[in-house]
Design a protein around this ligand. Structure first.
Ligand SMILES: [Zn+2]
Length: 633
């Protein structure tokens, strides 16, 4: 069948969320519309301090103020409450005392005196110098800052964030410029005034600011402008940024072709190049906060890896922002999120985040395959696969994001990202097989995420909606296919989709380019697929696969490697030991320090260097090549 795209079912989300929120707080039924004038003074961002003040419309009587707890895209209660300090509340020029809810730390209680209609707040946010995940981690240096509005927002309990109107102003360090999806309306005493937005839109619209900031205008596509804005600690790290314009424009076109429509008024990648901020990507509806190594644009191995991050966050504008699992809605940033469908929200995004760079020519098909081989090998060697189904990594996301690297193979990580590549390859190849090639995953993307061009809009979905959409394309036991991948324990990585696409995972003595790029970026060494361990640039063992020569010899993560094969530890010493032991009988001796103890491990391994790759399955058509083929505009 060849279904015509249809518009997503209309949902009056604002009303639905307001109803939810009203159910939670009866007091809101009589409350007038809430407005907040929020003034952010970031002129000391280079000292890692933001000063915030606000005027909130209120009514006399008891009021609960909230600080955002559950941060969209972070899938956990990650609001950086500990660094929100020096809070003062006042009304009519008089300081008001407040108290914290004894159970819900993110809620503060205050009584608004008779006659007062405005509550004044002032506080500081301290950017952490270290620690913290995602937007709670380091976000400011001497030369740049990423301002996440959730770190400075206080708002009354009751109305949904969609119903709270905020007028933001922002003062920046002298000489710094900025980029954001917010619309600048003017200037006020040296501060930028943005057009009023809902609290939802404000928190969804970070600002990238810095002394060295450039903007690449990627042009208008489907009636919306696209920008890649880049800030760097050092201007020299921006060299060569211009060469991104053409391939990034192709990425925009490939994504628009895939989905058939966009749901943003304009789109802004906010790319930070710094070794002194947290590294991650965080999606927003009309922008993304993308933070990478400072040398990313001037170092080949880093530049090669970056496109998947930018593609991943862009795909989230459709998959995660326009359409979001019902469980991941948190209309007031307090309702706990439920991550059960993260294998769609993050998993399909991860899959498309690898496919689109190949379609856009940012990656060769060979490089895509090296990435997928490295991912497959990593997942297939996790011993935790025999107790934890993929679906539980999604449900437990809020625990697993912050889990230590140590023990990952037994625990499993946030595998709903990478393992879902194989789930969605299975779905894609099944759609193709059962429709004689007429229907593909692209059709699902158009049907589920497309429709008509629009500004930001949100249509929630359930697992049943996903199954229904697939059945609308090709009737099949999709419930069964998904259950097999998501709900059942799978001791080995299910790779039938990859194999149906004409490729299988193999190992050879040739280095894997994706692993080599990763080693070059992080200055670490990855011998997981031969000896069974990896080592950080400080010579610490970061991971030991339990079912591997190192695991069986008793090595554990955290040990420091001192020597290998009778030589002082170095990558060359390991390579020499691997070559020498190949086909022989003598174990490879690894000497480590573990706390106060010296340990000698004998690794019974004779296979030489071993790295994962994909290999064509003879006699099967190369469906993967078709999946990666440029669609063009
Ligand atoms: Zn993501």
């Amino acid at each position: 069948m060849n279904p015509t795209p249809r518009r997503p079912r209309p949902v009056v989300l604002l009303a639905a969320l307001a109803a939810l929120s009203l159910a939670a707080g009866a007091a809101a039924q009589t409350a007038p519309a809430t407005s907040i004038a929020l003034s952010l003074d970031a002129s000391q961002a280079n000292q890692r301090i933001l000063h915030v003040s606000s005027e909130i419309s209120v009514a006399p009587g008891p009021l609960t103020l909230l600080y955002p707890k559950w941060i969209p895209g972070e899938h956990g209660p990650t609001g950086p409450l500990a660094n929100f300090v020096d809070l003062h509340l006042s009304a009519g020029g008089k300081e008001l005392s407040w108290e914290r809810d004894p159970v819900e730390m993110y809620a503060l209680r205050v009584t608004i005196p008779p006659g007062a209609t405005r509550l004044s707040t002032r506080a500081d946010f301290l950017f952490p110098g270290e620690g913290g995940n995602f937007s709670s981690g380091p976000g400011a240096t001497d030369f740049l800052a990423v301002i996440s509005w959730n770190t400075v927002a206080l708002y009354p309990q009751g109305p949904a964030a969609d119903a709270i109107r905020v007028t933001p102003t922002l003062r920046l360090p002298a000489g710094w410029s900025f980029a954001t999806a917010l619309v600048k309306q003017g200037e006020e005493g040296g501060a930028v005034r943005f057009a009023p937005v809902s609290l939802t839109t404000l928190i969804d619209s970070p600002v990238l600011t810095g002394a060295n900031l450039i903007d690449l205008d990627l042009g208008e596509h489907d009636g919306a402008r696209h920008h890649l804005s880049i800030a760097a600690d050092r201007a020299a790290d921006l060299a060569g940024a211009g060469s991104l314009s053409a391939p990034m424009t192709r990425l925009v076109e490939e994504a628009l072709t895939l989905f058939g429509a966009r749901h943003y008024s304009s789109y802004h990648w906010l790319l930070t190049l710094s070794d002194h901020v947290e590294h991650f990507g965080l999606e927003h509806h009309e922008s993304s906060d993308d933070r990478v190594d400072e040398e990313t644009l001037v170092r080949e191995a880093s530049k090669r890896s970056m496109p998947s991050l930018l593609a991943h966050e862009f795909v989230h504008s459709w998959n995660g922002k326009h359409r979001r699992p019902e469980g991941l809605l948190s209309p007031d940033y307090q309702r706990p999120m439920r991550g059960a469908l993260l294998w769609v929200y993050e998993g399909l995004t991860e899959h498309l985040g690898l496919v689109l760079p190949a379609r856009a020519g940012l990656w060769t098909p060979e490089y895509y395959r090296e990435q997928v081989a490295a991912i497959a090998a990593g997942l297939d060697t996790e011993t935790g696969r025999d107790w934890r189904p993929l679906g539980d990594t999604a449900v437990a996301a809020q625990i697993l994001y912050g889990a230590p690297a140590d023990g990952r193979a037994r625990r499993r990580g946030t595998d709903f990202y990478e393992e879902s590549i194989f789930l969605w390859l299975d779905v894609d190849t099944l759609l193709r097989e059962r429709s004689q090639g007429r229907v593909t995953l692209d059709d699902f993307c158009r049907r589920f995420y497309g429709g008509a061009n629009s500004g930001p809009s949100l249509v929630p979905y359930t697992r049943e909606d996903v199954v229904k959409a697939l059945n609308g394309l090709v009737p099949f036991d999709w419930q069964g296919v998904l259950a097999e991948h998501v709900d059942r324990v799978q001791p080995r990585l299910p790779m039938q989709g990859l194999e149906r696409a004409g490729w299988r995972l193999i190992y050879s003595d040739q280095p894997n380019q994706a692993i080599a790029d990763n080693e070059s970026r992080r200055e670490n060494h990855d011998w997981r697929f031969s000896l069974g361990f990896s080592v950080s640039k400080k010579d610490d063992v970061t991971e030991v696969l339990p079912d591997s020569p190192a695991g069986r010899a008793g090595m554990v993560a955290g040990e420091k490697v001192l020597g290998v094969g009778g030589h002082v530890y170095s990558a060359r010493a390991v390579e020499a030991a691997l070559a020498q032991s190949k086909g022989g009988k003598e174990p490879i001796e690894v000497v480590t320090a573990d706390g106060d103890a010296i340990r000698v491990h004998r690794l019974d391994y004779h296979g030489g260097p071993r790295y994962p790759h994909l290999e064509r399955i003879e006699g099967r058509p190369d469906v993967l090549a078709e999946i990666l083929r440029a669609r063009g505009k």
